[in-house]
Design a protein around this ligand. Structure first.
Ligand SMILES: Nc1nc2c(ncn2[C@@H]2O[C@H](COP(=O)(O)OP(=O)(O)O)[C@@H](O)[C@H]2O)c(=O)[nH]1
Ligand SMILES: [Mg+2]
Length: 307
């Protein structure tokens, strides 16, 4: 109970900037009880665009609002927020927001994404999230492209007291996974989380590298990787969507970790992502510390936006 209240609080805090942009103008509208007019709908449209809900998703929401308005279903200002909440919740509910886990441990999570989006930090968050739940976690430092990447993950592993498998910088990322998968089985880990290099590659290179890692994992652990989490930086707004399309074309992405939701007024990107991509958001990152993670929940997210 305390845990969930804590998460709801965190999400509210993380969405503060988005709320300022999205909700502040709408709140002004609904402060006074009166009949809704056309200008009110324009204000809502602008607010949605401002929060990076995206042109297409905004158009769909506004279209529905206009229909409801014409039919008299939305007549007075007090009906605006309930309408928006219900619409957004319906839009955001998706199949499988829960993490995919293996029928028998270890569950293997492959984490990919462009450099700087927050991969390594998000892995630390996942590690803490699992470890706090009493699970045994092993991290694989398969971003061997930069020495700093291995060092960063090593520091997190030490701080969080979880195991780490690493090779030298420049080593074959799949070889790290090979050893890490052995370690995960031998040490009876519940989760193996794999960090990967995120330099902007061609689709073919990206595909080759991720496929090699996947094959090694699959050979060692049945069904692995059980989850392929793509980390996106919410502050990049619509650009995050084109990144997702790039990765989706290279490999089967099964879930999104939307990082840096706290640093942006573009929290509406969650709605745009749902509208454009068929990949569920599984976690959101709402700060720089390992505690700043929340499993994504559509109801909670929408309530936090309009609180
Ligand atoms: N405010 C905020 N910063 C974050 C979040 N996630 C990651 N960062 C920061 O983003 C920067 C890049 O993160 P890093 O994990 O190194 O990205 P990587 O290159 O993809 O592995 C670091 O300064 C992190 O502290 C988040 O949820 N919120
Ligand atoms: Mg990294």
């Amino acid at each position: 109970m305390g845990f969930f209240r804590n998460i709801a609080e965190k999400i509210k805090r993380g969405l503060r900037k988005t709320k300022d942009v999205l909700f502040a103008p709408i709140r002004k509208l609904v402060e006074v009880f009166r009949n809704v007019n056309d200008e009110d709908i324009d204000v809502i449209e602008e607010a949605l665009i401002g929060a990076d809900v995206g042109v297409e998703a905004t158009r769909k929401i506004i279209e529905r609002l206009r229909v409801a308005y014409k039919k008299g279903e939305v007549r007075t200002t007090d009906q605006l927020i309930p309408f928006l909440k219900a619409d957004l919740k319906q839009r955001l509910v998706e199949r499988g927001n829960d993490l995919r886990v293996a029928p028998a441990p270890p569950t293997v999570i492959l984490v990919c994404g462009v450099n700087g989006t927050g991969k390594t930090t998000s892995i630390a968050k996942l590690a803490k999230h699992f470890a706090d739940d009493g699970k045994k976690v092993i991290l694989a430092a398969s971003d061997t492209f930069r020495a700093a990447a291995v060092e960063q993950l090593t520091i997190w592993a030490q701080r969080l007291k979880v195991d780490l498998v690493k090779h030298q910088m420049g080593a074959d990322p799949a070889a790290v996974v090979f050893d890490a998968a052995d370690a995960a089985v031998a040490r009876k880990a519940d989760f193996l989380v794999i960090d990967t290099a995120g330099r902007l590659q061609t689709k073919e290179n990206l595909m080759k590298e991720l496929t090699k890692i996947r094959n090694v994992a699959a050979k060692k652990i049945p069904g692995a990787p059980h989850e392929v989490l793509l980390v996106l930086d919410a502050t990049t707004g619509q650009n995050a969507i084109s990144q997702a399309q790039h990765f989706q074309a290279a490999t089967n992405v099964t879930g999104l970790f939307l990082a840096k939701l706290d640093g942006t007024a573009k929290g509406g990107i969650v709605v745009a992502i749902k509208d454009k991509l068929d990949i569920p958001v599984k976690f959101v990152g709402i700060g720089e510390t390992p505690e700043d993670i929340a499993p994504f929940d559509a109801d909670e997210f929408v309530e936090a936006l309009f609180e």
